[in-house]
Each structure stands twice: as structure tokens, then as C-alpha cells.
Write a protein that binds this ligand. Structure first.
Ligand SMILES: [Zn+2]
Length: 307
């Protein structure tokens, strides 16, 4: 993949909250133990809010504030301006570019699946812990979308975790993760997740698995059209190129974080009753379907028996 160094990024689409983001006091949030959590808040985040990796799978080895970082967050306007020649070495600016591309895609594609227009939303970068419209969350839950405040949350150190613990090393894992989370935003706009919230929250044919596989398929549809997406001025492409290697990296990432693979890796036996996101084979296949067809209408995981 080659990013366009001349692209003007729309910095209104992301915020850097820094450490303890959103708490107001700049304090570090209380780490939440894995597998349930305090008052069920994190349980809701994990089970309903469709964190990328899902419930019971806390990445709690992650930092809880021991690493450096700006307590108050950073100014993306400056950091990601074309005046800064090194901006694309900054993970925040690269991720902002991915977000710009994903939303530019949905501005065009949303009317194909829903009534009305796409409503853009922001991604919040945070470190360690964050307060959200869905309660407090720590990095251990992985990236997630909060339907209540309609925002995507990600601690960018998650990508290191993805590379070291899951072997998903390629850079294209990053836009895949973001496109998956924006898939949940699309579902929220369409009302799909509200309907699915009434269904089973785990199991191989559960509403949760159907939502997650659909988000993977939406991510694939974006990937297909990503090189068409334009920057803030509407003049410059955001990507100069995306290669088959990049797509393979997204597919490898989808495969690495299938429920069965995660259960095996954590030393347990594979228990389909606890599936929330789909198997490795399914995640790979639905991403690929989205990519091959390039059409979000083909992502109907609720209307098929062939999950
Ligand atoms: Zn998800």
C-alpha cells in the first residue's frame, strides 16, 4: 500500500484524547478485570458493543499507564497537516487517513443499503482507559464502537498486540480494524444492531456473530473501493495504491481473530456456544466476499443460513 503524501486529511474525523481520555481530570482509569467487569458496564461494552475481539477475551496485559504519552492528548491539526513532512510516520495520522477513506466510501455507498445519507462520526484515540457514552473502558477490550455516543474508540497500541500475540503484522491490519468498527456504525445507523440486540448474544448462529461477520464484509467492501476515496479537498486520492499483499494482510488478520482460533490460543477447547464473532474461516470468508463483490448489499448475514 502506498499512501498519498499530498492528501489533505480531515482532522475533524478523529481526536487524540491521550491518556485517561475523557475523564476530565486526566487520571488513569481503574483497570477493569477481564471476563465481566464492574457493574456489568464493560460486559455491555464487550458483549453488545461489539469490540473487535469480543467478550471474555481481555487483552489486559496491555499498558495501564506505565508507558509515556501525552496525558492531555495531542493536536491532530498540527501533527497531521501537510506542513509536517513526517506526518505519515505518525500512527495517528495514518489512522486518520484510513478513517477519512472509510467515511468517504460510506458517503457514497450508504444510500445503497439505507434510506437517507451517511452520518459521519469520529474516532477517538486513547491510551490505557477512556470514558465513553457506554461507560468506562480500558484498552483490554480492544477497539470498539459505542452505539450510545456513536464513536469509534481505539488505543493504537492494540496494533502491537495484534502483531505480537496474533501474528497479524501487516500495516493493512489497521484499516481493516477501523473499517470493521465503522461497519458497526453503519449497522447502528441502519438499526441493524438494535434489532440484533434482541437476539442471542453468543453461539454459532447468534445475532452477535451475524453482526460481526457483516462488519467484516462491510470492511471488505470498503477495501475494494478504498483507492477511489478522495481527500478533504476532493481532489487527491488518499491511497496511491493497495496491493494483493495488503488484502492478504486483512484476510490474515480476520483469520487470526476468529473465535475458534482465539479459544485455541488461550489454551481452551473450542466451544461454539461461546462464539461471538465467528470462526476464522467465517471471518476470512465474509471479508473476502465484501471485497470480491464490492457491494455492501451482499453482506446480508441475517438473511442467510450459510454463515
Ligand atoms: Zn466487531
Amino acid at each position: 500500500m502506498e499512501l498519498n503524501e499530498r492528501a489533505e486529511l480531515d482532522t475533524s474525523q478523529a481526536n487524540d484524547l491521550g491518556r485517561g481520555g475523557g475523564s476530565g481530570g486526566g487520571g488513569i482509569g481503574i483497570p477493569i478485570p477481564g471476563g465481566g467487569g464492574r457493574g456489568g458496564i464493560i460486559g455491555i461494552v464487550v458483549a453488545v458493543l461489539v469490540a473487535l475481539l469480543g467478550g471474555g477475551f481481555g487483552l489486559n496485559a496491555m499498558t495501564n499507564g506505565d508507558e509515556g504519552g501525552q496525558a492531555g492528548g495531542g493536536d491532530l491539526d498540527q501533527a497531521c497537516s501537510t506542513a509536517n513532512p513526517d506526518r505519515l510516520d505518525d500512527a495517528r495520522c495514518r489512522n486518520l487517513l484510513y478513517v477519512n477513506s472509510i467515511q468517504a466510501y460510506w458517503q457514497k455507498a450508504y444510500p445503497e443499503v439505507g434510506n437517507g445519507n451517511y452520518e459521519p462520526t469520529t474516532t477517538n484515540f486513547f491510551q490505557a482507559a477512556v470514558n465513553t457514552g457506554c461507560g468506562q473502558a480500558d484498552s483490554g477490550v480492544g477497539p470498539f464502537y459505542c452505539p450510545a455516543d456513536r464513536k469509534v474508540y481505539i488505543d493504537l497500541s492494540f496494533y502491537d498486540e495484534l502483531a505480537t500475540r496474533f501474528g497479524a503484522k501487516g500495516e493493512f491490519a489497521q484499516p481493516y480494524v477501523l473499517a470493521h468498527e465503522y461497519g458497526h456504525h453503519i449497522q447502528n445507523l441502519l438499526g441493524t444492531n438494535a434489532k440484533a440486540g434482541q437476539g442471542d448474544q453468543s453461539g454459532p448462529r447468534s445475532a452477535s456473530v451475524r453482526l460481526e461477520l457483516q462488519a467484516d464484509c462491510y470492511a471488505g467492501a470498503w477495501a475494494k473501493h478504498a483507492t477511489e476515496s478522495k481527500d478533504k479537498t476532493g481532489q487527491q486520492p488518499l491511497f496511491k495504491s493497495i496491493t494483493e499483499t495488503d488484502i492478504d494482510q486483512a484476510v490474515d488478520t480476520a483469520e487470526a481473530i476468529g473465535d475458534d482460533s482465539i479459544q485455541e490460543r488461550s489454551g481452551g477447547r473450542v466451544n461454539p456456544d461461546q462464539f461471538t464473532h465467528g470462526t476464522s474461516e467465517q471471518r476470512k470468508r465474509w471479508f473476502t466476499q465484501g471485497y470480491d463483490r464490492g457491494d455492501p448489499k451482499t453482506c446480508d448475514t441475517f438473511g442467510t443460513d450459510q454463515l
